[in-house]
Design a protein around this ligand. Structure first.
Ligand SMILES: [Zn+2]
Length: 197
């Protein structure tokens, strides 16, 4: 199973935020399983789990990374070029280059989550899709072991998307009821504060 996180906070939790205390509990629970990188993940192996963090929020570095480091878990951070650009320009909500280096040092791997976070299932134009899906070289250079997987924004894609992704990635992540449970539509769930791993 793939558990997808977005933001981590100190106390407050909502649909896209898990607070630190629940996150620590979930990481304790994760000890029952083998936590693996996506590269090593077998979608049919019920004993494996993947920890996925979407959008590149800075709160992941602040609260989740020290916990992940403590447990020695591998994890995947899916970044969006638009949000990374914002961070590089000073937006403190997202991780910049320096932050992402910390993520890698702590055992994380970087993957791609599109250029501007659109609903890919609504885009028909092939060139527009390519622009969203193919990760630019300057971003790939941030992690030489990463950028082999894509996560669909809003979990969704269409047939046209699939062809481009198969040419550029080893696999892709969906979830929350939209997945076909194949290597290019890997299933998973959104981790919330009350999620039990
Ligand atoms: Zn996202």
């Amino acid at each position: 199973m793939i558990f997808t996180y977005h933001k981590i906070s100190f106390l407050k939790s909502d649909k896209s935020t898990v607070n630190l205390w629940n996150f620590i509990r979930q990481m304790f629970e994760a000890r029952k399983y083998k936590v693996v990188f996506l590269k090593d993940y077998d979608i049919n192996d019920k004993n494996q789990i993947v920890l996925r963090f979407d959008d590149g929020y800075k709160s992941v570095l602040k609260y989740a990374v020290p916990v992940l480091k403590f447990f020695g878990y591998p994890f995947e951070v899916f970044i969006v070029e638009k949000f990374y650009d914002k961070a590089e320009k000073g937006d403190k909500n997202f991780m910049d280059k320096k932050d992402l280096k910390e993520v890698i040092k702590a055992g994380g791997r970087l993957q791609y989550h599109t250029k501007s976070h659109p609903d890919l299932s609504l885009i028909e134009d092939k060139e527009k899709l390519k622009l969203e899906i193919i990760c630019p070289e300057y971003l790939k250079a941030l992690d030489k072991n990463g950028f082999e997987f894509l996560a669909y924004p809003f979990w969704k894609h269409n047939c046209e998307t699939l062809k481009i992704i198969q040419e550029n990635y080893k696999g892709a992540c969906s979830g929350n009821g939209f997945a076909e449970n194949t290597d290019y539509s890997m299933d998973g769930i959104r981790a919330e504060a009350n999620t039990i791993i």
